[in-house]
Structures are given as structure tokens and as C-alpha cells.
Design a protein around this ligand. Structure first.
Ligand code: SF4
Length: 481
């Protein structure tokens, strides 16, 4: 569908696109062009006596309009924020009326709705008041405000970090095959020479950061091996990395190794992970159904997932997470519930239920796959929520993504005491992160999130290797100077 935006403020066109995507999943936005379009959005505004009068009119297949007034603020940054919000809320109202669609998260387009609630609470209002502000201001549904409440109450049960705490992220950008929905940068784990050179550089970076940490006051809170698939590396490579990180691993409160694919795991690798006292791992089926697994490019079966899960359990792993995806191609609600039942029978300590999103960097986007019916996926997510709560797994973090089926969310559920601190910290920006390896983004968080600065590592393992000294220097600048 072609959408034409006629606006005096082109700089907000991306924000306009974010609102349009709440109602229309497949569209091309043209801004101030002389072209035909299915929907024409005309934005007008004027300033009268210190007030901005802003209107949105829709024409083409829809005819409606919306109007609002906002005070002009003297602080330029505040004024810009309010101006953008006024435009988005007007457009949201017009599109809601025209389409009769009520997006579950209302006009919210950000990926971390909990952050907005926390920011209201930081101004001194209660959780209940913050949620009601969210619903009256942004039209967030009561189901989603209840979900937010449950997540925030669950997060309160876990210790928050203090300003000296830091998390360590270790990125391993290799996978055994490319999953069709995935947008992470990862190389195929078929070039042993590249993986060895990568391991050497990663160890160099770890060693440099360890030296910097020695004279600092930072405490290690969590270590998280992500990627890619960390267990796509050979045992020897993994062992070298674990040995280099041994002191850091042993002083951390929580250490996770994403072992996402059963075809990357064997008894020897699990035994190696266990020997470093790492007990949180992730074994991710995404779905139980073989035809779907094949369609999304995962070369394993549900039986292999079960074998790997029970092997890990027998070896003493007592904190296992499983990731599932709602809305995979061709899956209906009974198939999703079948997967949920099957995964729950294995009794993992946590389940992360994602809603399918089609990101620009994924094969699904390249191959022009479309999102499934949002109402069906919404039923899947509602059922997952009910199922998990009935099975004593509470939602403890959530986030949204762009171009996600039904404009829904991803939710992490965990049994009592088994929520992943690293996930909470990452989502709520409650702890600094030193990210090592390709694709990681280091983040320094100052007290009360007053200031957050980020520094990315190169995504591509070749470029990471080429520029390893620069990656180390970036960390020195961000955390130790
Ligand atoms: S989903 Fe995981 S295993 Fe699949 S390509 Fe992405 S990072 Fe690799």
C-alpha cells in the first residue's frame, strides 16, 4: 500500500511511519512527493499565542481528521519531544478511527514499554497511577497494562545492581545455519581458520579488559555468552575462552551460555560448561514441528531438543531456558499450544515466548514473506501468558520489536527465583555492560540512568579481527578513562 505524507516537518517522517505500521503492516511511505497513493496523510500546524495547533487529515481510502493543541515549551529538547508526540498521537487517533483497529499497545511505538512506566514512577507517582497514565495517554489496552504490572512487580523481587556492578557480554557470531527469521549478524560455522582467528582476538580483548578491571572498582554481576550460537565453536575454542575468563566467571552471580541449537551441543561441550560452574543455559526449540523447523532453516528435530535437554538435566544443569516463537509460517494456534505443552513437560526453569517479527536483515524480509494474522498470534500470546502463569512461571521482562505480528511483544517467563538478571538489566538499562567480541554493544550506565553511553564492536568477525586494537581502545575510553 502506498502512503503519502504531506508535512512541514519531514524530520518526523520515520515517527509517522512507526505509527502507520501499527495499523498497516505492508506499506511504502512517500514524503512530500508528487505521487499517487492509497492513503494521503496531510499534516498542518500553526502557532497561535504560545500554542501549537496541529491537525492530521486522512484522504484516499480513508477520510477523517484529528486535531489537538499543545503549549510551546521554551526548552528546545522538551519542545521537540512534545511536538513529535503531538503529531504521533493525532495520527494514531485518525488511523484508529478510520481503520477501526485498536492496537494492543495503543500509540506506543517504543520497544521497552516498562521504561516509560519506570520513568513515570521516578517522577513520584505510584505504579497504578503510572499504568493509568499510560492507558489514558497512549490508549494502551488493559491487558497490556496488567502485563506491565506483573512484569514490574516480578522485577522488584530481584536485586538491582549498584553503580559499581558491570555485566560482561561475550559475542560468538557463528551459527550452524541461518534461521530464516533471524536478523543477527552471524557467519556460518564452517570456516575453522576464521573461527580460530576469531577466538584468538576475543581472548586478546578479554585479556586487555581483565587488566583494566584489575585496577578498577567494578564488580562483575553477570556474564552472558550470546551470539550467534556460542556452542557452535569447538570444545577447544570454548575452553580457551572460558579459561581466559575463569576469574570473571567465578566471581559473577549469574553466568549464561546460549546453547541455542541442539545440533551445536554434545556431552563434551556440556561437561566443559559445567566444569566452569556455569549452570544457566538456553536450549531453543522455537517450535516442536518438523515441517516448520525445516521451513525456517533449522536443521534439527524436536527429538534432538528433548535428548539435549534431558542430557543437560542429567548432567546437573538446573537453570535451563527455552525460546519459542508464536506466529511461525504455517502455524495455527493448536500447533503453537502443542509446542508450549511439549516444552513445558520438559520443565525448563524459564521460557521466552517471542512473537514473530520480520526484520530488514532477515531472510524472511529478503524473500518478501509476510506476517501472519495478528489476531491469531494475539491468541497465541494470550494463551501462553495464561498457560505460563497457571504453571507458576511469571512474566519478568518484555520488549517489542519493529514489524512484529499483531504489534505484540516478546515475554520472558521464569519460575520463582529463576529470572535472568542479565535480561532484566539489559531491558531496563539498570547495569553497565562491557561487550566483548563481534556484534556486542558496550553500554555505560551512570547512576539512576541519568546518562547512558554506548560503544559498539564491529559486527562482522573479519572486521572485528582487523580492528581488534580499536575495539579494546573503545572500551578503555568508555569505562576506564
Ligand atoms: S536464530 Fe540463533 S541460531 Fe538461528 S541464525 Fe540467529 S543466532 Fe543463529
Amino acid at each position: 500500500m502506498d502512503v503519502l505524507l504531506i508535512t512541514p516537518t519531514e524530520e518526523y517522517s520515520k515517527d509517522v511511519g512507526d505509527v502507520v505500521s501499527l495499523f498497516i503492516s505492508d506499506y511504502a511511505l512517500h514524503v512530500n512527493e508528487d505521487c499517487a497513493a492509497d492513503i494521503i496523510i496531510t499534516h498542518d500546524e500553526s502557532i497561535v499565542s504560545g500554542t501549537r495547533k496541529l491537525s492530521i487529515s486522512l484522504s484516499g481510502i480513508y477520510y477523517t481528521s484529528s486535531f489537538s493543541e499543545e503549549k510551546i515549551y521554551s526548552d528546545k529538547i522538551v519542545n521537540k519531544r512534545i511536538h513529535k508526540r503531538q503529531l504521533k498521537l493525532n495520527l494514531y487517533s485518525a488511523l484508529k478511527e478510520a481503520t477501526s483497529i485498536s492496537p494492543p499497545w495503543g500509540a506506543l511505538t517504543g520497544i521497552r514499554p516498562t521504561r516509560l512506566v519506570y520513568s513515570y514512577m521516578a517522577e513520584g507517582i505510584t505504579l497504578e497511577e503510572s499504568l493509568s497514565k499510560l492507558s489514558s495517554y497512549y490508549d494502551v489496552s488493559s491487558e497490556k497494562t496488567e502485563l506491565l504490572k506483573a512484569v514490574i512487580l516480578e522485577q522488584k523481587k530481584y536485586d538491582s545492581s549498584d553503580t559499581r556492578d558491570v555485566n560482561i557480554y561475550v559475542g560468538i557470531p557463528f551459527c550452524l545455519s541461518r534461521c530464516r527469521y533471524c536478523s543477527f549478524f552471524s557467519a556460518l560455522a564452517d570456516d575453522i581458520r576464521l573461527m580460530e582467528r576469531y577466538t584468538d582476538c576475543l581472548i586478546k580483548e578479554i585479556s586487555a579488559v581483565k587488566d583494566m578491571l584489575k585496577t578498577s572498582e567494578y564488580n562483575i554481576r553477570c556474564v552472558y555468552f550470546g551470539g550467534g550460537t556460542p556452542t557452535a565453536l569447538s570444545e577447544n575454542m570454548l575452553e580457551r575462552i572460558f579459561i581466559e575468563l575463569e576469574n570473571i566467571i567465578s566471581s559473577a552471580r549469574e553466568v549464561t551460555v546460549e546453547s541455542g541449537r541442539p545440533d551445536s551441543i554434545n556431552r563434551e561441550k556440556l561437561s566443559l560448561i559445567k566444569s566452569f560452574n556455569i549452570d544457566r543455559i538456553s536450549i531453543n526449540p522455537q517450535t516442536k514441528h518438523l515441517a516448520t523447523l525445516k521451513a525456517i532453516g533449522r536443521n534439527h528435530t524436536s527429538e534432538e531438543i528433548e535428548q539435549t535437554f534431558y542430557l543437560a538435566r542429567d548432567m546437573g544443569f538446573n537453570n535451563i531456558n527455552m525460546d519459542l516463537i508464536a506466529g511461525l509460517p504455517g502455524e495455527k494456534i493448536d500447533m503453537f499450544m502443542d509446542t508450549l505443552n511439549w516444552a513445558s513437560k520438559m520443565n525448563p526453569e524459564s521460557l521466552t515466548v517471542h512473537t514473530l517479527s520480520i526484520k530488514r536483515a532477515s531472510l524472511m524480509h529478503l524473500w518478501k514473506d509476510s506476517l501472519p494474522d495478528g489476531n491469531i498470534v494475539s491468541s497465541m500470546i494470550d494463551s501462553a501468558l495464561e498457560y505460563c502463569i497457571n504453571n507458576k512461571m511469571n512474566p519478568y521482562y518484555l520488549y517489542r520489536q519493529k514489524n512484529q505480528a499483531g504489534n505484540l511483544e516478546n515475554i520472558g517467563f521464569a519460575k520463582e527465583g529463576k529470572a535472568c538478571l542479565y535480561n532484566i538489566d539489559t531491558m531496563e538499562d539498570t547495569c553497565s555492560v562491557i561487550a566483548l567480541g563481534a556484534g556486542g554493544i558496550s553500554k555505560r550506565v551512570w547512576e539512576n540512568r541519568k546518562l547512558i553511553k554506548r560503544s559498539p564492536n564491529m559486527m562482522d568477525p573479519y572486521r572485528y579481527i582487523e580492528r581488534i586494537d580499536e575495539m579494546i581502545e573503545r572500551k578503555r575510553q568508555l569505562f576506564f578513562s
